[in-house]
Design a protein around this ligand. Structure first.
Ligand code: S6P
Ligand code: ZN
Length: 186
């Protein structure tokens, strides 16, 4: 990968990228609260929830970046979101939003939660010890750039098992509600 690339500021898309990851609903089965709603949708379709376009500079001290295209939509009353992860190393990250509207939900291992509005031009510092999940609360794709240390590492397991402490649902508009985790009971 060359050192210079190009972002189309109006669309948010990168001219070049090393790889693209596509996440469909079936990849996010465990993540949405309403498992019945997930299965009902999967009977007929398996919608794309998001794509991540990665540019990676893999050498000591290197930074990498990616553009995420998170679709609008809901599963039950929960808005589409990214899986969410902690960085394995204590590494911060910068988000810059190009298009759409959403909420960045962040939470540390003690459950301290901080949310940030995502809108065109918003530039957000994600603190090192905070897991982060982007939620599209709008009606158009949410497109943003994330810049992070290449060796940050991505830990998905704890979020996959327990989820975040809060869900972002549509109750006459985007609303934060406590995750009672009842969906995890056997
Ligand atoms: C990477 C950064 C983003 C996410 C992307 C998808 O550190 O936070 O590029 O990877 O938004 O989310 P997730 O949780 O599936 O990796
Ligand atoms: Zn991250």
């Amino acid at each position: 990968m060359e050192n210079i690339n190009e972002i189309d500021f109006s669309s948010g898309f990168l001219k070049e990228y090393k790889k693209v990851q596509e996440r469909r609903l079936s990849d996010l089965r465990e993540y949405f609260y309403d498992k019945k709603a997930v299965e009902n949708i999967l009977v007929n379709q398996n919608p794309i929830i998001y794509r991540v376009y990665d540019v990676i500079y893999d050498y000591p001290g290197g930074l990498s970046y990616s553009v995420t295209e998170l679709m609008p939509g809901k599963v039950g009353n929960e808005y589409y979101f990214t899986k969410g992860h902690f960085h394995s190393k204590s590494a911060a990250e910068i988000y810059i939003v190009f298009k759409g509207n959403g909420i960045l939900l962040t939470e540390n291992r003690s459950g301290d939660t901080k949310t940030y509005n995502m809108y065109r031009g918003s530039t957000i510092n994600v603190e090192p010890e905070y897991a982060h999940r982007s939620v599209n609360t709008g009606t158009t794709p949410l497109i943003f750039l994330a810049i992070y240390p290449t060796d940050a590492g991505h830990d998905y397991e704890s979020i996959k098992e327990r989820g975040f402490s809060y869900l972002i649902v549509d109750k006459n508009g985007p609303t934060l509600i406590k995750n009672d985790r009842k969906n995890l009971e056997k």
